[in-house]
Write a protein that binds this ligand. Structure first.
Ligand code: G3P
Length: 303
């Protein structure tokens, strides 16, 4: 697990300039915001009503899971979430892949609610079609910033992507810590310690891969570790704090409560969390055991 960060003073300074959700006299005024990572209104409503979340992130996979089977039905689902969450932010992902198409779609999605945040994939365009412009996402982010439209740069797997998205004007960046950690687990070869060969600097001198995860702190320190996802959050927060960048670091693709604790130590500004993980945040096996005992013992003096 990461040790508490030494950049907390710089990050605190940076966070003091950001919008706080809690009021001035609230003990967690400068605490991170928590969003639900789902497009299912039945999951979102109880979490919102309980004050657990103050934002939502969606993506095409989550919309498909929530039952969207046409552009019209996906818009209806998004509209319902936007109306429930208003004025808190809801990220809606672009599905077009050209700059003109994305900007047109962004205008449509932004008009759905004043709390719309347009989610823009930062890269990967040439994985869909090799003729696409690799800078499409960065160009779209810049234009939307000029238009004063809030954006969330998504599919971020290294600090460089995060910095360039911020430089293009992104309101939020979404590093996918769980997917990166999963990737490391799946590819960590015990015979190649430390970490795995994909992350070794030498390999990257001779090859290009699709992950673009080289040239980071964990490579410099000897290779990937099993908490590579959390280290990614730590790096991005450090860089943003060093340069007082106001783009918010939205830790995405969270798998469990251990990752949640680690991301909090890393200093993320926002955590977007699947509903099933959020439903468990107040629970712990020892809390359950303690409650049972306290309840039994309270019978001695309550009727
Ligand atoms: O917000 C990004 C997130 O939805 C991706 O999560 O669980 O598909 O890796 P996951």
């Amino acid at each position: 697990m990461l040790k508490p960060s030494s950049i907390s003073a710089a990050n605190l300074h940076r966070r003091r300039q950001m919008n706080a959700v809690n009021p001035e006299n609230h003990p967690a005024k400068l605490g991170p915001r928590i969003f639900a990572d789902t497009a299912d209104i039945a999951e979102i409503r109880p979490l919102f009503e309980a004050g657990i979340i103050n934002g939502v992130t969606t993506n095409p996979t989550l919309l498909k899971k929530a039952g969207a089977d046409s552009w019209g039905s996906s818009l209806s689902i998004l509209q319902e979430i936007l109306a429930l969450l208003d004025p808190y932010p809801v990220s809606l992902e672009l599905t077009e892949l050209t700059e003109a198409g994305m900007l047109q779609q962004a205008t449509e999605l932004a008009s759905l609610g004043q709390n719309s945040v347009i989610k823009v994939p930062v890269g990967g365009y040439q994985a869909v079609n090799k003729d696409y412009d690799p800078f499409t996402g960065l160009k779209v982010l810049r234009v939307l910033w000029q238009q004063n439209i809030q954006t969330n740069a998504t599919l971020i797997f290294n600090t460089t992507q995060a910095f360039w998205a911020a430089n293009a004007g992104a309101t939020y960046v979404s590093p996918f810590l769980g997917r990166l950690a999963d990737y490391c687990y799946q590819n960590d070869l015990p015979e190649k310690t430390p970490g795995n060969a994909l992350y070794m600097v030498e390999d990257h001198k001779n090859s290009r891969d699709d992950q673009h995860v080289f040239n980071t702190e964990y490579v410099a320190s000897g290779g990937a570790t099993k908490d590579a996802g959390v280290r990614l959050i730590h790096e991005i927060v450090t860089v943003f704090a060093n340069y007082d960048i106001q783009t918010e670091v939205l830790a995405a693709s969270v798998r469990n409560s251990v990752q949640l604790s680690e991301v909090l130590l890393a200093g993320a500004d926002i955590l977007t969390v699947p509903a099933k993980v959020l439903m468990q945040v107040a629970d712990h096996p020892l809390s359950s055991a303690g409650m049972k005992t306290f309840f039994e013992d309270s019978k001695a003096f309550t009727s």
